[in-house]
Design a protein around this ligand. Sequence first.
Ligand SMILES: CNc1ncnc2c1ncn2[C@@H]1O[C@H](COP(=O)(O)O)[C@@H](O)[C@H]1O
Ligand SMILES: [Zn+2]
Length: 336
Amino acid sequence: MDFYRNLPKIELHAHLNGSLSNATLAELRELKYGKDVQLGTDDGFYKILNGETLSLEECFKKFHYAHDLTDRREALAKATERVIDEFAKDNVIYLELRTTPKSTAYMAKREYLSTVLDVMRKSVELYPQMIVKLLPSIDRSKGIIEAEESVALAIELDAFYPGLMAGFDLSGNPFGTKFADFVPPLQKARKHGFRMALHCGEFEDAQEVKEMLEFGVDRIGHGTFIEGDHLEFARKNNIPFECCLTSNVKCKTVPSYEDHHFYKLLKIKHPVCVCTDDFGVFETSLSQELEICANTFNLSNDEIFELQLKAVEYTFATEHEKNKLREVLKQFKESS
Ligand SMILES: CNc1ncnc2c1ncn2[C@@H]1O[C@H](COP(=O)(O)O)[C@@H](O)[C@H]1O
Ligand SMILES: [Zn+2]
């Protein structure tokens, strides 16, 4: 475990409200409901426990628990601080965190987004070793108006937080929604200069995968059901896959770790990185995901190191930032 923990790591797929640890949940619960209140104290609701049988659709219900606890500015700021801190403690040197800007009973969408961005900006001083970026998410289940609002807001706030927002994510419960509806706001985001890291092929829908690939994606979130011509297209265009092993196993979109498409991609030398998705919900960490990956597919420490080095390429960082990350990795290699 020491190797995986000490290794400087790149995290490219992590949702803020899915990344609340037990300690963070307890802190947020106390902040909202006080010390003695029993209501809403069941963190078990938020977790997907080992052996629990849930469909992907059922998994999405889990996030309501965290959303209730982060509906005020102070709580959201604390949650963001804790998540960044826990990634830093796990030796993550580059973090692209994603979150859906929300309006709640206590916060407008603008306040939500600026709260997260303020904490990120502060993290530059707190964690000089770490680079943190935000990918605002579009939650498909919330409809097109919300998507358009989020894009307009991100474009507006980008002027006040230069370099912090790097791209857009499309995620959330896809059932009952159409990708085509989200093309206009995503196009607007891309025109502004945001890169595209979309959940693509997390469930089986070849037509949607086709539409997404035609639209153009910079990175593929999950890509579990991308096969045949679509995989060929991804290969020709060198589109990296963000693989979240435990997330996929626990949401039952892959049958087991052994069957995870990560290995198929690795074998054909396709760009791939290992990510956590929602380390709080899935009770994991990036170190743990890499260790599982190494044990499942019999990968050496050198191969895991190489995965991190290659992941630097797939980040939405500037060339200057990428060089800094490579330097940190090089120093780790030399000293180990
Ligand atoms: C398990 N696989 C997944 N597939 C698709 N979307 C997911 C997801 N895991 C998380 N999210 C998206 O991220 C939100 C939580 O973080 P934020 O409130 O945005 O910070 C979820 O509500 C969902 O929209
Ligand atoms: Zn995700």
